[in-house]
Design a protein around this ligand. Structure first.
Ligand code: SF4
Length: 698
């Protein structure tokens, strides 16, 4: 038996082929025909077959630790949610979902919450990953749109990687860049990151700038390009608004190469080299990722770099563009169906009354959420304050992954009702649930995902459902039926959900909205099963789109892209004598999220087996810490323990701790305990790259 599917880990969205031999053993190999990976896989994808049998699967619904039937579980959730809504209003309930969900699951969750319960309190762990990029895209392009395609990485003459450890976090795209550089030695690569990661091994120039100064660097680039005659005047004139204001403000905040170098703690020569390289190269792709997004000014940082592409007209053309790499496998799919609290569905705006009316008419729902809901950090604070009394968490582990994890625990303990649907029985979050619902996972569930370059790919099942586990959209539909919303949730398959999602994208869409899957609204079940990887939007014949904005048309009301004047802001927390280190968090190569899947593979765990803190050897010496010693890292109220690793790749005064391990693994809290809940004021994305802490021997 052979099944073509998609790797469930990161936003690269690699195609894989799963084969079962005569003895029943599974093997996973790369799909040579999938446009994301073209026959490649990274260590995590290669090890997928090793993680199919999870020893701690959640197999049956439980209430307060006791096994119950599905009927009891769903009717209890329905009645408790209804009771809370009647007593306290719709905003007293919430869903917290995940970029691990399939688009079909996300669609049904969003429809139930926004169209039937009447609140927009549905947010997602994608808030932690790319919500700043979403907001930057929306401000610049009018819609959350990624113009590039992966093939632009091979077509580029200069790739600028900003805040992106691509080698570890999007390994297959890194492999593609390595090969592109081998085939074309003239391809230049610049990495911009306070930490010199493995990605910098590919770089012709590495800019180890001071943490949090990216907007100063890109404002400096914008001003320098404008002053030195590198403006594409025709493109700027015909296809953009706001260039003068953006350049003027950039000049005041980054007046010269020397001023930029001083503020970013770089040499004048390095800054000048970067500016000249950018100016002299026509085909530039600027990749940005969590190093930009996980910031209290992440939206502005995204717009600062997009501004440079707008000024030079380097967008929508082969080998050019600002390219957001998403972390989660289906962060993009979640965005398409309105999985964020400040979105509606099909890229429509929740703040726009016409859009709310359109979606309500399409759904024929009794109500529609009247305004944006609470974003992740605010949502958990509202739980602790008693304003949100019931939450349903799907496929994510916020007790580890959100900042200020002690507050998240308090929030869940304060809720009257915590429902968790998950495939694993014993995560830090599942442990706090009143009702546990067994969910299907990769290989068992059916649906689609969308990767970082807008490619929609299938994830069909090849394994039977274990125990009584069900797919999230089914569980949601059963709860909706128990609440009396049955007619709108009569789906018999993921295919039916997908068709409705495609139809909504085309409903009264006369070309003013980019996201459009209209050609798939009549897809047969057989066609859905065979759906080839396709980049949205679709044309009338169902063909995908490689690159957006090729015609210089954007999706703002004027049809022009918008420059954003950026006033750089430094990170919210700044070092003090008591807390003299900046703490940065991130991923390691072979683990994913909070280890629930990769943690059971000995091969993957062998790469990095335990939590560590990376620091400069001189800082370690000054703190009396030896290589391999256990260090205590604290912020005054919370502490974690980690093994010391010294490296000159780490700037002095900076620490790096991976985000994967929780108290279950380290014996103390996970690193989320040390991250303050500082968020970007527009996107609500937490500043997970910049906490201030002290470190000492344990
Ligand atoms: Fe999976 Fe991402 Fe690795 Fe591809 S790069 S195999 S999607 S983890």
């Amino acid at each position: 038996m052979q099944t073509k599917t998609t790797c469930p880990y990161c936003g690269v969205g690699c195609g894989v082929i799963v084969e079962q031999d005569a003895a029943g053993a599974f093997k996973v190999r790369p799909d040579k025909e999938h446009p994301a990976n073209l026959g490649r896989l990274c260590s995590k994808g290669t090890a997928l077959a090793e993680t199919l049998d999870h020893p701690q699967r959640l197999l049956y619904p439980e209430i307060d630790g006791q096994r119950v039937s599905w009927d009891v579980a769903t009717s209890t959730i329905a009645s408790r949610f209804q009771q809370i809504i009647e007593e306290h209003g719709a905003d007293a309930v919430a869903f917290y979902v995940s970029g691990q969900l399939l688009t079909e699951d996300y669609y049904v969750a969003n429809k139930l919450m926004k169209g039937y319960l009447g609140s927009a309190n549905i947010d997602t762990n994608s808030r932690l990953c790319m919500s700043s990029a979403v907001a930057a895209h929306k401000r610049a392009f009018g819609e959350d749109l990624v113009s590039c395609s992966y093939e632009d990485l091979e077509q580029a003459e200069l790739i600028v990687l900003v805040g992106s450890n691509t080698a570890w976090c999007h390994p297959v795209l890194y492999q593609r860049m390595v090969k592109a550089k081998k085939l074309n030695p003239a391809l230049q690569v610049v990495t911009i990151d306070p930490r010199r990661t493995q990605t910098a091994d590919l770089a012709d120039l590495h800019l180890g700038l001071a943490p949090g100064t990216d907007a100063i660097l890109f404002n400096g680039l914008l001003a320098w390009l404008a002053e030195n005659g590198h403006t594409d005047a025709a493109f700027v004139g015909e296809s953009t608004h706001g260039m003068e204001q953006a350049v003027e403000l950039a000049k005041t905040t980054a007046s010269s190469v020397q001023a930029v170098a001083a503020q970013c703690n770089l040499t004048v020569e390095a800054v000048e080299q970067f500016f000249k390289l950018f100016a002299a190269t026509q085909r530039v792709v600027t990749v940005f990722s969590q190093g930009i997004n996980q910031s209290s000014s992440g939206v502005d940082k995204g717009n600062a770099l997009i501004n440079c592409h707008l000024l030079t007209g380097r967008i929508g053309k082969v080998g050019m563009g600002a390219f957001s790499f998403t972390g989660q496998p289906n962060a993009m799919g979640g965005r398409e169906v309105g999985g964020l609290a400040n979105q509606l569905a099909a890229h429509l705006d929740i703040d726009n009354p016409q859009h709310r009316d359109l979606v309500q008419r399409f759904w024929q729902s009794p109500r529609i959420a009247p305004q944006a809901g609470l974003k992740a950090v605010d949502l958990f604070q509202a739980m602790e304050a008693g304003k949100v009394k019931a939450v349903w968490i799907m496929g994510t582990n916020p007790a580890v992954s959100l900042p200020d994890s002690a507050q998240v625990r308090r929030a869940l303990l304060a809720c009257e009702l915590v429902v968790v649907s998950d495939c694993v029985r014993n995560t830090d979050t599942v442990d706090l649930a009143h009702i546990r619902l067994p969910a299907l996972t990769w290989g068992e569930r059916d649906g689609t995902v969308t990767n970082s370059d807008r490619t929609i790919s299938r994830q069909p099942p090849f394994l039977p459902a274990p125990g009584e586990a069900k797919q999230d959209w089914q569980i949601l539909a059963e709860v909706a039926q128990a609440m009396g919303f049955g007619a709108a949730f009569q789906y018999q398959s993921a295919h039916e959900v997908f068709r409705e999602h495609a139809a909504l994208s085309a409903f009264e869409n006369h070309g003013a909205r980019c996201f459009n899957l209209g050609a798939w609204q009549t897809l047969t079940a057989a066609d859905y099963d065979q759906l080839p990887p396709t980049q949205w939007p679709l044309d009338a014949a169902g063909q995908g789109t490689t690159r957006l904005f090729a015609d210089g048309k954007f999706f703002t009301p004027s049809g022009k892209a918008q420059f954003i004047a950026v006033q750089p802001r430094l990170p919210q927390s700044q070092r003090t004598p008591e807390f003299p280190f900046v703490l940065n968090t991130g991923r390691v190569r072979d683990h994913w999220h909070t280890l629930t899947r990769t943690g059971i593979s000995p091969r993957l765990s062998a790469h990095v087996a335990e939590p560590y803190v990376e620091m400069h050897p001189c800082d370690a010496r000054d703190q009396g810490l030896q290589e391999g010693a256990i260090a205590r890292i604290h912020n005054g109220t919370q502490h974690i323990l980690a093994k010391v690793k010294t490296s000159r790749d780490q700037q002095r005064g900076s620490l790096f701790v991976p985000m994967h391990w929780s108290g279950q693994f380290s014996g103390a809290a996970g690193v989320g305990a040390l991250i303050p809940a500082n968020v970007d004021p527009i996107s609500g994305q937490p500043e997970s790259k910049h906490a201030v802490v002290a470190i000492e021997a344990y």
